[in-house]
Design a protein around this ligand. Structure first.
Ligand SMILES: NC(=O)c1ccc[n+]([C@@H]2O[C@H](COP(=O)([O-])OP(=O)(O)OC[C@H]3O[C@@H](n4cnc5c(N)ncnc54)[C@H](OP(=O)(O)O)[C@@H]3O)[C@@H](O)[C@H]2O)c1
Length: 288
């Protein structure tokens, strides 16, 4: 299932998250299971340090699955240390080279801040604007099909638009029943930016508070779907993309099976009532 982005390009609703999947063997095994189960989108980032393994694995796996590069949607992200005009451009070329690709389907500014700078440093805005100008250029040159941002808040996005006249195609940000950023979602709807969730399952912590939330467990029991399927369907049913990370073939399979059922209105309502503004990953609120 695809979504059409504001520029008319298509992007799969479900992608494979790859944070913390490292080493050729694990990456290969995970991508093999994902491609065989129907995933056509892979999310990586320079800071995940797995771009080369993903590139090599796809190179080997695509032909054996009768797939072409153009059948796959690859996302990568600019590392926060490479923020700024020129450095962003070079970092994107490095990601392309590591992945062994001629182009990326989506390139995101990973974080509104710059590594090594204080959150309230007055240079933050100028640096991310420089990165944004590079992304616009990379898109013009065809090196990147779609451009976007991650972990940005409304003011960070609006200022990019005010200075360049270009909105991102995608905002990738943390989203699950414990963190629903209603104003940000509304802003993205109004401006045509696709809202893509990360850490939909409560991320990779031992003490995962979402997979064990009693309300989510109750809806899971009632609908006879796994807890992860409920969490992913809850997002997809609201038109929000998801990127579940898993190394387990059984989980990989169940995480993409979220289009064959509906969550009834009353259960959507129960899940929506769980919002407590809780970030389990990064919180960008202090980045000026
Ligand atoms: N832009 C950003 O700043 C940012 C930040 C965080 C994440 N992301 C992206 O979003 C992706 C997903 O987020 P995330 O990595 O934080 O984690 P997540 O997808 O919220 O959760 C992953 C955890 O859930 C478990 N899991 C997956 N499927 C399951 C299932 N069906 N049943 C039970 N447990 C299941 C996984 O374990 P198993 O492996 O054992 O299945 C893993 O421990 C990342 O991999 C990355 O690509 C982006």
């Amino acid at each position: 299932m695809n979504v059409t982005l504001r520029n008319g390009n298509c992007m799969p609703f479900v992608g494979l998250g790859t944070f913390k999947i490292r080493g050729k063997e694990d990456v290969y095994r995970t991508l093999k299971a994902a491609l065989e189960t129907g995933y056509r989108s892979v999310d990586t980032a320079a800071v995940y340090r797995n771009e080369a393994e993903i590139g090599q694995s796809l190179h080997e796996l695509l032909p054996t699955n009768q797939l072409k590069r153009s059948d796959i949607f690859i996302t990568s992200k600019l590392g926060p240390k490479d923020q700024g005009e020129g450095t962003c451009y070079s970092a994107c070329l490095k990601s392309l080279s590591s992945l062994g690709c001629q182009y990326l389907d989506l390139y995101l500014i990973h974080w509104p801040g710059t590594q090594g700078k204080k959150p309230d440093d007055s240079g933050q805005c100028e640096l991310r604007l420089g990165s944004w100008k590079d992304l616009i250029q990379l898109q013009k040159e065809g090196k990147v099909k779609n451009i976007g941002v991650s972990n940005f808040l409304k003011h960070h996005i609006q200022e990019l638009y005010d200075k360049t006249g270009v909105y991102p195609e995608v905002l990738q940000t943390e989203h699950h029943p414990h963190l629903v950023q209603t104003d940000l979602i509304q802003f993205c709807k109004e401006t045509g930016i696709f809202y893509q969730a990360y850490s939909s399952l409560g991320t990779t912590t031992q003490d995962n508070q979402i997979l064990t939330d009693p309300v989510v467990l109750e809806v899971s029991r009632k609908l006879k779907k796994s807890v992860s399927q409920i969490l992913l369907r809850w997002a997809v049913q609201q038109g929000i993309g998801v990127l579940p990370k898993s190394c387990n073939p059984k989980h990989i399979q169940e995480n993409i099976d979220v289009f064959s059922f509906q969550i009834p209105e009353e259960d959507m309502h129960s899940l929506n009532s769980l919002n407590r503004g809780r970030h389990y990953c990064w919180n960008p609120k202090d980045i000026v």
